[in-house]
Design a protein around this ligand. Structure first.
Ligand code: FRU
Length: 494
């Protein structure tokens, strides 16, 4: 694989030389240059957090998949690592697809991934062949491919994205499959030695008959329940849901080894924004369930693809929990507060009707924490203009009191795809919005993570202001704090 990896590094170096910084993230993981999609192999190994990701090092479009790599001691400051895997064996000839990593008793990191081949060697026209493979590593940096562990039954078109975990002496693997009758399923395998895997059962089938494949399933316990994250291919747009080309969601249920998953809830979006796909979770050493999602798009051209030399980033890491109603909560991990550099505290105040209050003159990387007393608020929308440039263009984040929803509206965003996305608001007089604005994205956490919205936002040139805005009524602000955020990178890229 050495040669392929050297060539991949050269690909990245060529793109990096031309990288445009205007929208390149400062506190989100992205490749130095080139394309990325799904987070892969999330793990804690050799005293560091390891984050790998689907990576195409030769361009800003999806292409033959490699595993890019970064690592961190604390989930806050990250080090670039060499590209970890490239297509190099017959089974992964056309792509080292998504997968997960776990630490074996022998102290090695085991990376389970899908080896991908186009049957015709070029594209999907004659279908594909996907198999589950293993690569092991002593240091998390260089991997030795061990070949194919799970072959694809004859005739199945989609068969990918292994997620592995351990319970007692048994290792469990789940991945997504398209059954012979075109239903989206999660298949389960077990192993006692991490090498020999036996088919256990179809653990879960999406009740939605439109879903023909479940990409990137992740199955994990939260409290006394089990959660399955998955990304169904096929479902139609439905009101505010399934609006993106690709959509990620979850179901909650019960499960015990040797059984099927008993579903207790309907499928719900994990995040309501334009860009949130293929999330993967892992358990941190202190027992938290942490997720990263991919902030990107397969279907809609991304503004950075034209001339900026990079495309796609990961979300900030989110700590997950379930409430008594089996509703998933996701909030930025506590460590992220360490990125804060300067803080401005606006205290409590009332914003008069039809006002725009400037909070930050140039917010390249900022976090806004807003708490509003809705009982004392008459404004139709509680708005935040972010990425607002001198020409008046901005991305609008708001609580809409008429609709009872929280929205990211890109009608007037500087560049890229427009449109809006909207999450339900569960009610309650105290509205909390925590908004993370990076150079090319916005992430909104409603009421400490009860709902989230994640979207690209590519502003125009010049300073990027943040404003609080009221409409036809007043806003009763209980508290408002704005933090400037520093970078996650230990070293500059160039
Ligand atoms: C999801 C996905 C996976 C696949 C990978 C390929 O985004 O399509 O199913 O393994 O991306 O890059």
């Amino acid at each position: 694989m050495k040669e392929q990896l050297e060539r991949a590094e050269q690909g990245v170096a060529a793109l990096l030389a031309e990288r445009n910084e205007r929208w390149y993230p400062t506190f989100h993981i992205a490749a130095k240059a080139g394309w990325i999609n799904d987070p892969n192999g999330l793990s804690y190994f050799n005293g560091r957090y390891q984050v790998y990701f689907q990576h195409h090092p030769f361009g800003t479009q999806w292409g033959p998949m490699h595993w890019g790599h970064v690592s961190s001691e604390d989930l806050v400051t990250w080090r670039r690592e060499p590209i970890a895997m490239a297509p190099s064996i017959e089974a992964d000839r056309d792509g080292v697809f998504s997968g997960s990593a776990v630490v074996g008793d022998d102290g090695k990191l085991y990376a389970y991934y899908t080896g991908h081949r186009w049957r015709n060697g070029i594209n999907e026209d004659e279908g594909n062949l996907q198999v589950q493979c293993l690569a092991t590593s002593q240091d998390g940096l260089t991997f030795e491919k061990q070949g194919v562990l799970v072959e694809c039954p004859e005739g199945l078109l989609h068969f990918r994205d292994p997620k592995v975990w351990r319970m007692g002496d048994t290792w469990y693997m789940v991945f997504g499959a398209c059954s012979a009758d075109k239903r989206g399923q999660v298949w389960g395998y077990t192993s006692t030695d991490m090498l020999n895997w036996e088919f256990d059962r179809v653990i879960f089938q999406d009740p939605n008959p439109d879903a023909y494949m479940l990409e990137c399933p992740d199955m994990f316990p939260l409290g006394d329940k089990w959660v399955i994250f998955y990304c169904p291919m096929g479902p139609k747009k439905n009101g505010y849901e399934a609006r993106n080309g690709h959509n990620a969601g979850y179901v909650v249920g019960t499960w015990a080894p040797g059984g099927v998953f008993e579903q207790l809830t309907d499928f719900r979006p994990i995040d309501w924004g334009h860009q949130f796909y293929a999330p993967q979770t892992f358990e941190s050493p202190d027992g938290r369930r942490i997720a990263y999602g991919w902030l990107g798009s397969f279907t809609i051209p991304v503004a950075t693809q034209e001339a900026d030399g990079w495309c796609g980033q990961l979300t900030v890491p989110r700590e997950l929990s379930l409430d008594a109603d089996n509703h998933l909560w996701a909030r930025p991990i506590d460590e992220l507060t360490r990125l804060r550099t300067e803080t401005t505290d606006f205290g409590a105040f009332e914003l008069d009707a039809n006002q725009d209050k400037l909070l930050v003159a140039d917010g390249q990387a900022v976090e806004i924490e807003l708490e509003v007393d809705l009982a004392a608020t008459t404004s139709e929308r509680v708005g935040l203009n972010v990425h607002k440039t001198a020409d008046g263009r901005a991305t609008f984040v708001c609580y809409d009191d008429l609709a009872g929803r929280v929205t990211i509206d890109r009608r007037d965003t500087g560049h890229g795809d427009r449109g809006y996305r909207s999450a339900p608001y569960s009610g309650g007089d105290i509205l909390k919005l925590r908004v993370l604005v990076d150079r090319g994205s916005v992430e909104v956490f409603v009421n400490d993570g009860e709902e989230t919205l994640t979207s690209f936002s590519f502003p125009c040139e010049g300073a990027r202001a943040v404003e609080l805005t009221s409409e036809s009524g007043t806003i009763a602000v209980n508290s408002l704090v704005v933090h400037q955020l520093g970078t996650i990178w230990a070293e500059p890229d160039r």
